[in-house]
Design a protein around this ligand. Structure first.
Ligand code: SF4
Length: 329
């Protein structure tokens, strides 16, 4: 399925500049961008992955992870190939760092699949959805028109204008904040300022936001950097849920998995600043449960993807004190 790309400008000698993400790739005729998904074709930009799906599954929404948005639902989850970052520890490198086999689907077909599988929403996940921009935009518009909600699981690397447009049909996001340091971001092929701007814009647009930080030994495990991150999130909104996730060796990075002791130390530090903090990939219910920050009532108990809502009313408020805990769409 061919589709011309949005957000590029033409330069001299048939060159073009992509303006979708902060890399601003300048491409000669025939050249493909850093993300593997956008090509200069005769002086115009075409997408290489429009409607191309590498993975599709019905997942618990907690797997995204989203803990405070429609808890305990299953959601149709889809991904393509490509990414605009190059993390050596990528957990999904088979589809993010190379062109992978795909099946074609149209926006309307994908929305029909969501309906037929009983999903009330669609999650664009597994690889970076911003490098699938045109397909996510078209599909999320069709889905929203038909009463479905749309979720992005993203690294946050996008320019202001395309984000503004896409947010009109997005309801919830989990955004990776990989480190709180420009130099670390640059090594991973990213841009900290752009990611922070994305988080701010999403909060401003009243899109539900959760943040994930994968704690990788030797990369971003400095507690003083992490504390700055927690302070920054807290200043924006201390009720943004934060997932501190355990790294396991993968792709080109082979350091041992993050120690549970470090994760727990980071968790305790984060809790000083934030209302809702979780540890991912540790599978310890103590660090997966939701507790009302106002009155201490346990709202949700989780054992992995086994989710039990124990202290919420129908509108997602604490059943004891009425404090808003989760968003229900
Ligand atoms: S979206 Fe891809 S092609 Fe466009 S600037 Fe970013 S990395 Fe380059």
């Amino acid at each position: 399925m061919q589709r011309m790309a949005l957000y590029f400008s033409t330069l001299e000698n048939n060159k073009i500049k992509c303006e979708l993400c902060p890399h601003h790739c300048v491409l000669e005729d025939g050249q493909v961008g850093f993300c593997l998904t956008r090509r200069n074709q005769d002086g115009a930009m075409e997408t290489l992955n429009y409607g191309q799906i590498t993975s599709i599954a019905l997942d618990p929404i907690e797997k995204k992870p989203l803990f405070h948005f429609n808890p305990s639902e299953m959601i149709l989850s889809v991904g393509t190939f490509g990414c605009n970052m190059k993390c050596p520890f990528c957990q999904n490198w088979e589809i993010s760092q190379q062109v992978a086999p795909t099946k074609s689907v149209s926006p309307q077909q994908l929305v029909s699949i969501a309906h037929s599988r009983g999903s009330r929403g669609i999650a664009y996940t597994y690889n970076e959805p911003f490098v699938w921009y045109e397909f996510v935009l078209d599909t999320s518009r069709v889905a929203a028109k038909e009463g479905l909600y749309n979720v992005l699981v993203t690294n946050g690397m996008i320019e202001r204008e395309p984000l503004k447009l896409l947010l009109q049909s997005i309801h919830a996001m989990n955004i990776d904040l990989k480190a709180f340091d420009e130099k670390i971001y640059a090594k991973l092929g990213g841009d900290l300022k752009a990611v922070l701007r994305t988080i701010e814009m999403c909060v401003e647009a009243n899109v539900h936001v959760e943040i994930t930080t994968l704690i990788v030994p030797g990369v971003n495990d400095d507690l003083s950097h992490l504390e700055k991150e927690f302070q920054w999130i807290s200043a924006l909104d201390k009720s943004i849920p934060l997932h501190l996730s355990r790294y396991y060796p993968n792709y080109k990075y082979h350091a041992p998995a993050t120690s549970p002791a470090l994760l727990i130390e980071a968790y305790r530090l984060a809790r000083k600043y934030l209302d809702f903090v979780y540890i991912g990939n540790l599978w310890d219910p103590e660090y997966e449960k939701t507790v009302c920050p106002n009155c201490g009532t346990v709202s949700i108990v989780r054992r992995g993807y086994d989710v039990e809502i124990v202290g919420l009313d129908d509108e997602g408020r604490c059943s004891k004190c009425g404090r808003e805990i989760v968003r229900i769409f």
